[in-house]
Design a binder for this molecule. Structure first.
Ligand SMILES: [Cu+2]
Length: 138
């Protein structure tokens, strides 16, 4: 009889240890989990090799080459290439003067807040094949 009670208590204690150790493990996992780095919304990348004309026909010089946002939103451009690039509103050799990042170093980020609805073309002052469009719609 005493043996049986001993076994039952033993099983219960083991069960409790298991439950408690699981709780601890989960809590620890939650604490040590690295936070995801926050990427800004409306992010446009200038990818590696954007300085080569190949990206032009595929619309891959700015990725994505065309995005749609709402008035009041900000677009961020990040230069992931090893070369300089710019984000300049208008068309090549015909800037409209709305925004101009000037030359961005590798890893540089440029941002612009669009307040008015419209279609905004932009390009890179160094590479005529680099073109993108921002659509601002309600
Ligand atoms: Cu460029």
């Amino acid at each position: 009889m005493n043996k049986k009670i001993g076994i039952v208590i033993g099983v219960i204690v083991l069960g409790m240890i298991f439950v408690v150790s699981n709780i601890n493990f989960e809590e620890q996992a939650e604490i040590t989990q690295p936070e995801e780095p926050e990427e800004p919304e409306n992010l446009v990348l200038m990818p590696v090799k954007a300085a080569r004309p190949d990206c032009g026909p595929n619309d891959e010089c700015y990725i994505p080459a065309k995005i749609t946002i709402k008035p009041g939103e900000t677009v961020y451009w990040k230069n992931q290439d090893a070369a300089f690039h710019s984000v300049t509103s208008g068309f090549y050799d015909d800037p409209d003067g709305l925004f101009d990042s000037e030359l961005l170093d590798p890893e540089d980020i440029f941002s612009y807040k669009f307040t008015e609805e419209g279609i905004y073309d932009y390009y890179c002052t160094l590479h005529p094949w680099m073109k993108g469009i921002i659509l601002v719609e309600r």
